[in-house]
Design a protein around this ligand. Structure first.
Ligand code: ADP
Length: 602
């Protein structure tokens, strides 16, 4: 789970839960308050209506009482006039005034009715001396709901008759309907039997009975109160009931519960709306705050990733808080790490280069080894070849001498010479090998001294001369008399000259020429051995100084040799601090030259 998500959840938890609790508590409180006020208003409206009914009825009773007092002291004619006038003045209230004698006979009626009402309860009850109010009934005269109020007419405290008034209920209904009871639903009055005696729908009056209704039940038990219930129409209502004991009427005011509590509902809706907006605002706020908080953390995370991948860029510090400090520390640490990394990389690079160098050296060493290996095989084949030849010559000559068939002393001599030559050849070969191995091992001993070049040239030429004569090759010498003495090992330099002049002889055809020259040079004494021989191909010039290398090493080769002469000579001249060079062209002869140090007398 990301920090951002956790922060949003955290904000929601710390804000929405208490917010919801506060909103719910205030909603609950307001709901109760609104319900309380709705109920109070309903009760007040009911009581006002009850009082209005009481007032209206009291006025009627008062009218009847006053008129009956007047009737006791007024003559009939005058009274009749008064009653007509009174009825006209209270148009719609009184339908009829009538007078009854002590027997119940109608002595006067504003409706000109006649007859006897002696058995009517309003007559019998009034004769007892009290004002009487009948139940609401449908008038036998008008067919509309009415009550009859009667009062005794007294003269000197003696009942002389009865004054009756037929009172139209319509007037009271109008009064009830004109009372402001707010946006209330329904007002109706029942009698103690539960029969409707007032309803806005007049056709229901006295024709319908309401039983299955809490308010009706309660009011018929002569109670007052308020309650929530399902009314006779099946509607969920809030109803207030009010018992009017004087007339045994129950007044009921009902209001549709949804309508009554509309304010509670709208309050609920308002609270849901406010809560939603608040939650939305909290989420929005949480979103922004979490973004602000997690942005530097994200930068740190990206920085860490870039550090790992090696493309680190300094993270900008966006705040002065702990995260800002952390970013600064991270930047520093990253820089140090990068420095260490760079140093390590440099070290690795150097180590790699060393390794590469070592590897190259190893490859070279390996090649050397391979070369050595092939040299070894060359050596073995040479040894087998070069040793075999003189050995077989020796063997053949010896075998020949051993046999007693040949007794020619000349042949015997030739055979013995053969043996001696072959033995010399073997000795030379072995000496050459020994010399070369000494040179290579750095174990050849050199005795540097002042050497007169004339001297060593002379020795070398003496060794060679017989063969030169044999091939009729002219050997010339060009060495100035005043040639400076050289610094060198006499014996070793003679070996070099022997080798070079020997090669020149070997590889020059009969009648050819050889020139040995030496002259003072800027750097020392320049020695040259030139011939007019077969020459060497350009690509072979470097190889001829290798051990055992021979330009023509095939078995067809007639000229002897081991391929060691130039290697030994080159080793000796190197030990003198110089090098042998060669210039040659196939068919045009060869020119070997090197420089020797002059002997310094000081
Ligand atoms: P080798 O015993 O065969 O003479 P070297 O080491 O002296 O051995 O010479 C190596 C090879 O160099 C010879 O075999 C030959 O092919 C070539 N070489 C040396 N000197 C000459 C020369 N003066 N003219 C032609 N080829 C020569």
């Amino acid at each position: 789970m990301s920090i951002r998500f956790e922060l949003i959840v955290f904000f929601l938890v710390i804000s929405v839960i208490p917010l919801s609790a506060v909103i719910y508590a205030s909603y609950d409180y307001s709901k109760d308050a609104i319900r309380g006020s709705v109920m109070t208003n309903l009760v007040v409206a009911t009581e006002n209506t009850g009082r209005a009914i009481d007032d209206w009825m009291a006025s009627r009773k008062e009218d009847i009482r006053i008129i009956s007092t007047i009737a006791g002291s007024t003559e009939k004619e005058k009274l009749a006039g008064y009653l007509y006038t009174f009825e006209n003045e209270h148009q719609g209230v009184y339908e009829e005034f009538f007078l009854l004698d002590k027997n119940g006979n109608i002595t006067f009626s504003t409706l000109n009715r006649t007859g006897n009402a002696g058995k009517e309860p309003y007559f019998t009850e009034t004769l007892r001396g009290n004002l009487y109010i009948s139940d609401v009934s449908l008038s036998s005269v008008t067919g509309l709901p009415e009550i009859i109020i009667t009062n005794p007419i007294k003269r000197n405290d003696t009942i002389t008759g009865v004054l009756g008034a037929r009172v139209s209920m319509e007037n009271l209904y109008t009064v009830i309907e004109s009372i402001d009871i707010g946006k209330l639903g329904e007002v109706f009055i029942v009698n103690n039997k539960g029969e409707l005696i007032f309803h806005e729908n007049r056709s229901k009056i006295l024709l319908e009975k309401i039983n299955n209704n809490l308010a009706v039940k309660e009011v018929t038990y002569e109670k007052r109160g308020i309650g929530e219930y399902i009314n006779y129409n099946g509607e969920d209502v809030l109803g207030s009931y009010y018992w009017l004991p004087l007339y045994r009427w129950g007044l009921i005011v009902e209001e549709n519960k949804n309508e009554a509590y509309a304010e509670v509902l709208s309050l609920g809706r308002l609270i849901v709306g406010i809560s939603s907006i608040a939650v939305f605002c909290v989420i929005l706020l949480a979103f922004f705050i979490s973004k602000r908080l997690t942005k530097p953390i994200d930068s740190l995370k990206n920085g860490a990733h870039s550090l790992v991948s090696g493309h680190f860029k300094t993270i900008p510090i966006s705040s002065n808080n702990e995260i800002g400090e952390l970013t600064e520390i991270f930047n520093q640490t990253a820089k140090e790490l990068l420095d260490i990394r760079k140093k390590l990389e440099t070290k690795i690079e150097i180590a790699n280069k060393d390794l590469e160098e070592k590897n190259r050296e190893l490859i070279i060493a390996n090649e050397e080894l391979k070369k050595l290996d092939s040299l070894k095989s060359d050596f073995i084949s040479l040894v087998s070849h070069e040793l075999k030849t003189p050995l077989s010559a020796i063997r053949t000559s010896a075998e020949f001498l051993e046999s007693e068939e040949v007794k020619d002393s000349n042949v015997e001599k030739e055979m013995l010479e053969n043996i001696i030559l072959s033995t010399d050849r073997l000795t030379r070969l072995i000496n050459n090998i020994l010399d070369l191995s000494k040179i290579e091992a750095g174990k050849m001993e050199f005795h540097f001294e002042q050497v007169n070049f004339h001297e060593i040239a002379k020795v070398a030429l003496e060794n060679i001369r017989p063969l030169a004569l044999k091939k009729n090759i002219t050997i010339s010498i060009e060495i100035p008399d005043n040639l400076s003495p050289v610094l060198g090992d006499r014996e070793k330099l003679i070996i070099v000259l022997n080798n070079l002049i020997g090669n020149a002889l070997k590889f020059t055809q009969n009648e050819g020429r050889i020139l040995l020259s030496a002259k003072d040079d800027q750097d020392g004494i320049m020695v040259r051995v030139e011939d007019t021989g077969i020459g060497i191909e350009n690509d072979k010039l470097v190889k001829i100084f290798d051990k055992f290398y021979q330009v023509d090493s095939t078995s067809r080769r007639k000229i002897g040799g081991s391929g060691l002469g130039l290697s030994i000579s080159s080793g000796i001249i190197k030990a003198h601090g110089s090098e042998i060079y060669v210039e040659s062209e196939p068919g045009a002869g060869s020119n070997f030259f090197f420089v020797l140090k002059k002997f310094d007398k000081r």
